[in-house]
Design a protein around this ligand. Sequence first.
Ligand code: PLP
Ligand code: MN
Length: 367
Amino acid sequence: MYTVQVGDKVSDLDTPSMIVDLDLMESNIKKLMDKLLPTGVNVRPHLKTTKSAVLAQKLAAAGAKGGCVAKLSEAEVIAAAGFDDLLITCEIIGPVKVKRLVALYQKHRKIRIVIDNEKGATAINNALAASGIEEPISVLVDLDVGLHRTGVAAGEPALALARHIGGLKHLKIIGVQGYEGHLQHLHDRADREQQCLASMKTLTETADALRQAGHDIQVVTTGGTGTAEFCITVPGVTEVQPGSFIFMDTDYRNAVGRHYGNSLTILSTVVSRQGPRAVTIDAGLKSLTTDSGLAECKDARYAYGVLGDEQGSLMWEEGTPDLDVGDVVEMIPSHIDPTINLHDFYYAYRNGVVEEIWAVDSRGKVQ
Ligand code: PLP
Ligand code: MN
């Protein structure tokens, strides 16, 4: 079996491999924390990006408090790996999931959940009641602030849902979540800021309305890599959930600029020559996702194209040095989260040498 060891040279790795420039990653984390923490806001990074308990710990060591996960099955894995201060940011619906949630909460009382409808709230409450667990689970009302993905509507619907949850013995409202995912990648910074502030108005006004109705709203959580810097300027926002900043991708680089560097790349080998200015590399759809456009070669003179599941092409203009069979290139993913979900391990390096190896713990955990 082929296994990579700490101390191996990056140039000796088999391909495709997912590699992380530790200096750049650490600089991304420091830049984010330096910008956000002095405002007093809590940074709860979204671990849907890294899917790694080790990286959750590194972020916590840099000042983050807890983490978010998208799905319940991610929470199961990350909590079992030793990091259980987790907010599950997707709704938990259906008898199997509710059962899994109760089992998870039995072992990990820090788990927080979001709820956007009465049916879901009642089902979770009843399952907790049947379990004999006394301690109510912490709930955030999930509010729609414009994404129209999940979330109850602001105003009376949010108040009615909170009233319903407030009447359930095994649920305890601690806050509101409102994620403005539709704004993260807007290229026009002024537009992104303006629309974000409008979403934050909806969020903080709802938080106030819930307080006036008697709910103990302590957490107002929101934001991603593209908006966190705007969210933190709004009084009443207590927490932000950025994820992608740690590694970035070409889509985020094009939208929010180069403040954070592309610290993760996919190492790939030229496996065939296909003409005077074209080669085939061993990274296709199973190594790099294309939902947000095509990945880019780190050396921008070589343009990438998909050749199917297993391969891609690199082409270049006349005058650019030729690539040849056996050459190794680095590809920058276009969308970091689903790309990471294609790989088993991160090989993190400094000065060309593998320094740490991290599993993608919650790879494939989509339930
Ligand atoms: N919060 C929620 C609820 C999300 O769904 C996401 C990403 O989709 C994030 C935060 C993190 O966003 P990003 O990776 O763009 O920083
Ligand atoms: Mn994403």
